[in-house]
Write a protein that binds this ligand. Structure first.
Ligand code: ZN
Length: 311
């Protein structure tokens, strides 16, 4: 089969590789569509210590495809909690000690979903749902978890920094949870799109909750400045940044991290996509073959949100 392999920063190659052999409980999926995401784009530029530890490595983790054994259309998350470690026992499945290795290799004709993920985090796709929309289940699950971590009350204002694909999904998730949502930053076209995901464009100042979905040190500082006294800031993604603790102390800010998703978020995300409540399909702005993925990451078009990769 043909697969896109990661050889190092900036170096992706399409090669002919053996089709994976499923072991007991594994599910072999014929990939209909994979989606690019920010993590992959970052990994392409500078590598990734966990996802791409050994090279050449399979690459890509958002997908929708056909279970070759049953013929059913399926999606899966890129990991599954073990259910047995101490964090899992506490119900903190995102902190599972055995999440890794994460699933990788969606940019290929076939993908092996390992038994544990197949058992806990592989779901049949509702018939009316387009494959490229269903494939958003994993990032949307992360966003549902992020909004849960934010803990916004009904009617509170949630500011989302960064109206990229993740930011727009966060807007929709926060809106659906009953918040008033403000989308901060981005060019005018993107701000207009944010309206369709339940957010008003604005500066976010004085928000009860600020969710940072840009991933720059500057955005981290902005998030800490914008939130109201006593408010909560949620950080999506990790980065080293100097924080002046003045506001944390005198204004009793709450800082929370958000990582990954639990199986209930994955199920809820698929149902949310299937609801058609938001124009999810507008998050897929481009369509490419395996050969064009490297070019897309190296020189992303200004209007790129997510690209559908057809293997
Ligand atoms: Zn566990």
């Amino acid at each position: 089969m043909r697969a896109l392999l990661y050889y190092g920063p900036g170096d992706l190659r399409v090669e002919e590789v053996p089709q994976p052999e499923p072991g007991p409980g594994d599910v072999l999926v014929q990939v209909e569509v994979a989606l690019t995401d920010g993590t992959d784009a970052k990994a392409f530029r500078r590598g990734h210590p966990l996802l791409l530890a050994e090279t050449p490595s399979p690459f890509g983790h958002e997908f929708c495809g056909i279970d070759v054994t049953t013929g059913r259309r399926v999606v899966a998350a890129n990991s599954a909690p073990c259910g047995e470690c101490a964090p899992c026992a506490r119900g903190e499945e995102t902190l599972c000690e055995n999440l890794r290795p994460f699933l990788n290799g969606a940019y290929a004709e076939f993908l092996l979903v390992p038994a544990r993920i197949a058992e806990r985090n592989l779901l049949p796709v509702p018939p009316a749902l387009a494959p490229e929309v269903a494939a958003m289940v994993e990032p949307l699950a992360c966003c549902l978890h992020g909004v849960e971590r934010a803990g916004a009350q009904q009617g509170q204002t949630v500011a989302v920094l960064g109206p990229g694909p993740i930011g727009l999904m966060l807007c929709a998730a926060a809106k659906d949870g009953g918040a008033r949502v403000v989308a901060v930053g981005g060019r005018s076209g993107r701000r207009e799109l944010a309206r369709e995901f339940g957010a008003e464009p604005g500066d976010g100042r004085g928000a009860d909750v600020v969710i940072e979905a840009v991933g720059t040190a500057e955005a981290w500082r902005d998030a800490l400045e914008l939130v109201r006294p006593g408010g909560t800031v949620v950080f999506f993604g990790g980065r080293e940044v100097a924080v002046h603790t003045f506001r944390l102390h005198y204004e009793e800010l709450t800082l929370r991290g958000s990582f990954h998703h639990a199986p209930r978020h994955v199920r809820a995300a698929l149902a949310f996509l299937a609801s058609g409540a938001y124009p999810w399909e507008r998050l897929v702005t481009h369509q490419v073959g395996l050969e064009q993925v490297a070019g897309l990451f190296a020189d992303p078009p200004a209007d790129l949100l997510k690209a559908a990769v057809l293997p």
